[in-house]
Design a protein around this ligand. Structure first.
Ligand SMILES: Nc1ncnc2c1ncn2[C@@H]1O[C@H](COP(=O)(O)OP(=O)(O)O)[C@@H](O)[C@H]1O
Ligand code: SF4
Ligand SMILES: [Mg+2]
Length: 329
């Protein structure tokens, strides 16, 4: 017998997003493919500008001009979100797949009380829900993120950054979605609050059995929270695998550099940083985009773009160093 755990809840195939800019077309998500399994916590990491937000927005079909999704599939339980009508997609958002936007604490409406902002989701998605039931569910959802129900009568400016972030998470989990996408949910918070918010998110996703895609630039924070990571570079996923495997034995030279730059790993105790600058997407070098910064660069890397191959079960990378291993499968 098959159960829901036999299938990825989200399967992304060759997702490609472009921005039309005055200087030309810029491909900010390039052929991105990965799977998210029920209950999994998948961290999407990479430097600023690598295409993480672009990818997250496209999964929600919230890409706005000058951006356009030009190819690929986003299968939620087998249904391609990219082919749904806008009305059907609106029904899916929040109820099936929800999004905590980057800078979520600033995304709350400043002139609407918190309770009313949470209520909107129930009103839009739950048929014939009574106002007393809405009130009960607001109390429940605020408590679930560790906030006092009295917060429901407050306006965003009366709350701290951490509390606003909790409200954004409360809204995202309020309808028990299968997938939660959280874009840099803790970046503007201090370290203690960061940890509390991450623990809250983790407890909630476990309680509702949702899978989480968490976007971030901090490999160290990701290692504490995620079970799997996907590393992005210049719009492409360059490595995917379990956190423990990737930390024990990173394949891609960029992943190695990211891990090596962490201050607290046992391998290195000093902050190494990654030499060179992230590439401008309009002026990518030929071949592998990482080649100008790569310490293992070969001739082939300057002319041929490596393919993203499964090298072992659940372990993917795009790098010429491993091409034979991929081909031997
Ligand atoms: N609205 C936009 N118009 C043009 N380019 C954009 C727009 N939004 C993002 N980009 C470009 O797409 C690339 C990826 O951006 P983004 O997805 O925000 O990266 P990340 O979230 O990893 O920092 C960057 O080069 C950025 O300049
Ligand atoms: S393909 Fe070549 S340049 Fe790119 S990461 Fe691998 S070794 Fe480095
Ligand atoms: Mg971003």
């Amino acid at each position: 017998m098959t159960s829901q755990n036999d299938w990825p809840v989200l399967k992304v195939n060759n997702l490609t997003v472009e921005y039309e800019t005055p200087r030309g077309m810029l491909r900010a998500a390039d052929d991105v493919s990965f799977e998210l399994w029920p209950g999994q916590r998948f961290g999407l990491v990479g430097e600023s500008g690598s295409g993480k937000t672009t990818t997250a927005l496209a999964l929600m079909r919230l890409t706005q001009l000058p951006g356009r999704i030009v190819g690929g599939e986003v299968l939620l339980d087998g249904v391609d979100l990219l082919s749904l009508s806008e009305n059907r997609m609106r029904e899916m958002r929040l109820a099936q797949i929800s999004y905590v936007p980057q800078g979520a604490m600033n995304s709350l409406n400043p002139v609407v009380k918190i309770g009313n902002q949470i209520a909107n989701g129930f009103k839009d998605h739950v048929d014939n829900i009574s106002s007393s039931e809405i009130s009960e569910r607001i109390v429940e959802v605020l408590r679930s993120v560790g906030l006092d129900p009295a917060v429901s009568r407050m306006y965003p400016h009366e709350l701290s950054g951490g509390m606003k972030q909790r409200v954004a998470i409360a809204i995202a989990v309020s309808l028990g979605p299968k997938v939660i996408i959280a874009d840099e949910p803790t970046s503007a918070l201090d370290v203690v609050v960061q940890r509390e918010v991450m623990l809250t998110l983790r407890r909630l996703q476990e309680e509702i059995g949702a899978a989480v895609l968490i976007v971030g630039h901090d490999m160290g924070l990701m290692a504490q929270f995620a079970s799997h990571v996907g590393v992005m570079y210049a719009g492409k996923l360059v490595e995917v695998g379990q956190v423990s495997d990737i930390f024990d034995d990173p394949f891609h030279p960029y992943t190695r550099a990211l891990i090596g730059s962490l201050p607290s790993t046992s391998r290195r105790h000093r902050l190494a940083g990654i030499p060179g600058l992230p590439p401008a997407l309009l002026e990518l070098p030929g071949g592998c985009s990482f080649n100008p910064r790569c310490d293992s660069v070969m001739d082939v890397c300057r002319s041929v773009d490596p393919t993203f191959d499964q090298l072992r079960d659940g372990r993917w990378a795009s790098c010429h160093l491993y091409e034979e291993a991929g081909a031997a499968r």
